[in-house]
Design a protein around this ligand. Structure first.
Ligand SMILES: NC(=O)c1ccc[n+]([C@@H]2O[C@H](COP(=O)([O-])OP(=O)(O)OC[C@H]3O[C@@H](n4cnc5c(N)ncnc54)[C@H](OP(=O)(O)O)[C@@H]3O)[C@@H](O)[C@H]2O)c1
Length: 382
């Protein structure tokens, strides 16, 4: 228990002395009595001091033991731009029976963060004010609810709570929202994985069922989702055509893309023809031009829009609007690929939690290179 020992004892003894002088000045007749009192006090003063130094702090400790533990958190009391976020000390949450309390070591930044904060999709995302920002987390299980069977205190985990709350010292999670942290990664690196990698995994593996030898066009290959999608596609033996701006061509190659397309200089449809699948995290014109790049029977998956049924029918292709979700089994499979050296998070910036506003402003640009991570606590010694 954290208990501050106050300096009240010293203050009290100085106050007693001042009081004695004041009484002597105002009531000189009382001086002899005061002298006697002083004699008595000489014997009792050490005991009194001891009491002031110990009993008072102990009573304060007892009061504080009843208080709920506190934590630091990045909180929004209103929807809006990133600057509505406040860095506050608030009550630590308690896990319900089906939850675990996780001590968060690091969290990463996603475009979903400013989107949630805008309040535009509050109903769809199930967001309520006040809210604690942040989805991705890597941390250590602090305690578990009575109904939790797999997680136990001390487990290193990574994942994302469905309703956020990750930009804080502690967050409660359901058992299925987190998986064992990849052993080969630090907590900062692991925090960069969950939402980006789960979205890429669920699109390529669950929806497209990407096979070895197939070709996939991945737009925004340098971003949070794209950087995992390129690596997952390569790990599954597919051929990858990836797009990004000029500054990120090196990253696309580093990630393993077979063909890197600079969308500021080259039309992707001039390079990508008859592909089996497209992953689109951009939308609008990029999505509209993607239908024609897919072979009959292929698939267009968009992270930001529902593919147009008329276009799908016209080209004889399938379409999917992706809605990713936390999934402990998927996280475990991703961790295995990471520990096997097949996927690596691209952490390009690590910021302190107090830079939450700056981090969300960056996420809102939709031009993040790799992942930006917020460090919340020091890496635990394992
Ligand atoms: N539906 C879901 O479940 C789901 C899940 C996760 C994310 N998302 C959404 O998916 C989008 C991407 O997420 P993210 O985390 O990957 O974002 P991000 O980290 O901001 O990355 C976006 C990437 O797109 C690239 N880009 C921007 N304009 C482009 C264009 N015209 N053509 C090709 N590439 C372009 C950027 O590269 P340059 O800087 O080189 O342009 C950047 O690397 C966001 O809108 C996010 O909200 C949806």
């Amino acid at each position: 228990m954290l208990c501050t020992i106050p300096t009240h004892g010293r203050v009290a003894s100085r106050s007693f002395a001042k009081l004695g002088v004041a009484v002597a000045q105002r009531f000189p007749f009382a001086l002899s009595a005061i002298a006697r009192e002083r004699e008595v006090m000489r014997y009792f003063w050490p005991t009194l001091r001891l009491l002031t130094f110990t009993a008072l702090p102990l009573s304060i400790c007892a009061t504080r033991a009843d208080e709920k533990p506190k934590m630091r958190a990045v909180v929004a009391h209103e929807y809006g731009a990133p600057d509505v976020l406040k860095f506050e000390e608030i009550q630590r949450p308690e896990p319900n029976d089906d939850e675990a309390l996780v001590r968060v070591i690091a969290s990463s930044v996603n475009p979903a963060d400013p989107l949630t904060l805008s309040g535009k999709y509050a109903k769809e995302f199930g967001t309520h004010l006040p809210m604690i920002a942040g989805y991705d987390i890597a941390g250590v299980v602090e305690k578990t609810g009575a109904g939790v069977t797999k997680l136990k205190p001390g487990d290193a985990v990574y994942g994302y709570p469905t309703f956020g709350g990750g930009w804080a010292d502690y967050v409660t999670v359901k058992e299925w929202e987190v998986g064992p942290k990849p052993k080969s990664l630090s907590f900062v690196e692991a925090a960069a994985v969950p939402m980006g990698a789960l979205t890429a995994w669920q699109s390529l593996v669950d929806v497209a069922k990407l096979q070895p030898g197939q070709t996939i066009l991945i737009h925004g290959g340098s971003g949070g989702v794209g950087s995992f999608a390129v690596q997952i596609a390569k790990a599954r033996g597919a051929r990858v055509i990836a797009t990004a701006s000029t500054a990120n061509q090196d990253l696309l190659k580093q990630l393993g893309a077979d063909v890197a397309v600079d969308y500021t200089k080259t039309k992707f449809e001039d390079v990508a023809k008859d592909v089996d699948a497209v992953l689109d995290p951009v939308g609008k014109d990029t999505l509209a031009r993607s239908y024609g790049a897919v072979k009959k029977g292929g698939i267009v998956m968009s992270l930001v829009a529902r593919p147009d049924p008329a276009e799908l029918q016209k080209h004889g292709i399938r379409g999917a609007g992706i809605a990713s979700h936390p999934d402990a089994n998927d996280l475990a499979e991703i961790a295995q690929l990471i520990d096997a050296g097949k996927i690596k998070p691209m952490v390009t910036q690590v910021l302190p939690l107090t830079d939450a506003v700056k981090a969300q402003q960056q996420a809102a640009t939709h031009h993040t290179r790799g992942k930006v991570v917020l460090r919340i606590a020091d890496e635990p010694k394992t």
